[in-house]
Structure formats: C-alpha cells, structure tokens
Design a binder for this molecule. Sequence first.
Ligand code: FAQ
Length: 325
Amino acid sequence: MYAQMVKSDVGQDDPARLAAFQARIDAGEKIEPKDWMPEGYRKTLIRQIGQHAHSEIVGQLPEGNWITRAPSLERKAILLAKVQDEAGHGRYLYCAAETLGVSRDALTEMLIDGRMKYSSIFNYPTLTWADMGAVGWLVDGAAIMNQVPLQRTSFGPYARAMIRVCKEESFHQRQGFDIMMKMAKGTAAQKKMAQDALNRFWFPSLMMFGPSDKDSVHSAQSMAWKIKMNTNDELRQKFVDQTVPQAAYLGLTVPDDTIAWNAAKGGYDFAEPDWSEFFDVLKGNGPCNSERIAARRKAWEDGAWVRAGMLAHAEKKKARKMAAE
Ligand code: FAQ
C-alpha cells in the first residue's frame, strides 16, 4: 500500500544485513531515520504511526463537540487545553512518520479516502457531559496503557514523541476521572448520567487495544521488531485490572456481570467485547464514521488555500535567497 512513497534500498533480501538489523533491535538500540531498515519495518511504522496520528486528530472531534457546552468556565478552559494537546500529539506523530519518507499530505489523503484507519473508539458519539469524563478516564486511560510501553519502542522518533505524549495523556486521564468523581458523587441524575457514560464507553474502550491475540495480524512481527512491546490481550488485561477498582471507588458498576477476581492469574476475568461490532466499525459502519471523515475532508478542503499560500510564500522566499547569493 505504501510502496509508492517508501524509499527503495539495496540489501532488502541480504540475510546478513537483516540479521544485523535484528541484532540491533534485540540489543535495545534505537533505529534512527537515516539508518538502514527493512522495508517491512518502515511500512509497519508508517502504518502504525500514521494511524496513531490520525486517531489523535480525529479524536479531537468527540470532545470538541462539548467545548461550547462545558458546564463552567473552568471546565471549558480545561477541555479546550486537552483538545489542543491532542492536536499537538497528532503533529508530533505526523512528523515522526515524515522521517520515514511519507508526507503528511499523503497520510491525510489516505485517511480521507479510506486507505488508512484511525482508532475505532472515535466512531462513537459523545451524548452528555459525563461522556467527557468517560473519554478522559477510559479512552485516555486505555491510550496511556498502550503508549507507556511505546516510549521504549525501537524507532527513535516514535519513542521520543511518546514520552511527551504520555505526560500529557496522564493529565487528560486525571481530568476525566475528576469529572466522573463530580458526577458520580453528585445528584442522583448526575450519577445516572455517569453510569450511562460508563455503560456506553466500557466495551468500545476495550476494543481500542485491537482484536484478540489470535486474530491480530501484525503483533508477532511488530513485537519482534519492538514496534509493539506487548500483545493486545496483555494490555487489555492490564487496563481492566487498573480500571475495575477505579469504577468501584466511583461507586459505579462496570457493565459486565462476569467480572470476577481470578487469584490464580492475578487479574480479573472479564467478558470480551462484541468483535463483530468492532470489525463492523473498522469497515466504516460505526455510528459516527461518515461524520468523522466528512469533518476531516471539510477541514482538508477548507485549508487548501492556506497550504497553497504557505507553499507559494516558501517558494518566493527561496527564490529571493537564491537571487541574493
Ligand atoms: N481501531 O494486527 P492488529 C488516543 C486494526 S490514541 C481501528 O492487532 P496492530 C489518544 C489494525 O490497524 C488511540 N483499527 O494491529 C486520544 C489492523 O488493520 P490494518 C490510538 C484497529 O497495529 C485520547 C487490524 O485491525 N492509539 O486514543 C484497532 O498490530 C482521547 C489488525 O489488528 C494508537 O494508535 C482499533 N482500535 O495493533 C485522542 C497506538 N485495533 O492496519 C483523543 C499505537 C486494531 O492491517 C482523545 N497503535 N486495528 O488494516 C498500536 O499500538 C497498534 O496499532 C494497535 C493495533 C494496538 C492499535
């Protein structure tokens, strides 16, 4: 899929070169953009980092929906800052992808015409203010669970971007939990709203970690290359183990009556999400897929004159500099 934009290189089939590359990964060395790398490694990174960047950008939409309706000036300022942070995360990630030889424009066009994905979670609507709590607590919580290990991923620019992103995501998760606390300890109507948000966001949050390990296409190779540090099921389990006691602290009920502590495995047993729903959302049939892509397409088309103007200005500046030299 990315063949047209990745750099061609010699030695792709050279077993000695491939072995030396794997040895660097196994030794915990960071791979930097100008280093030799197998095309499969480059393509996998472009796919994962690109999808991650798209998720941060599309992920602004469900929360952006509530900025004008936040219940106080303070909540509005906090939400605005959080949504702006997500834009920043998208930008670091697009920059990291660009070091692999793909332009941000190409990535954006692939998102808009359906050749690239973004996280399934952002295809669900945010119906009430309590959803801002649930998104921060659960969605950012799941994102952190996935991204903390990625600070040790083998590709230098991705690992370094993750360090800053994780610091900001921690603040996001705290602000979400704080909203849930206020709602869950508030009036009966507020508590009901908080419970409803948890009910709707629980299973979609579990889906964020990807399909179960038996159905994961990329995990084995991505883990050998340290592009992924854990399997999807490992991270999902850690998320459940962290979140179930937090729900109890809030006085809320996780919408899964099979949840039970399993002393033998040292974690909770829990119900799998409905995987047919997950794959259907990936195919574009979630409640908000068309709305999200339409919003991205509109922003891309509306911004065309700005991009054209900036490129023309850069060209003019370059020509002036060359004439002066
Ligand atoms: N949604 O073989 P695997 C955030 C696809 S950031 C959509 O297991 P892989 C911040 C997968 O691409 C959230 N598609 O795949 C925020 C593949 O399809 P492909 C994003 C999914 O890559 C918070 C196929 O299924 N985080 O939330 C999903 O090894 C609040 C087979 O799956 C990242 O991107 C899904 N949930 O593992 C922003 C973290 N899961 O490409 C705003 C980095 C799987 O072959 C507000 N990414 N697929 O067509 C990763 O760690 C991995 O890419 C996984 C998936 C774990 C997501």
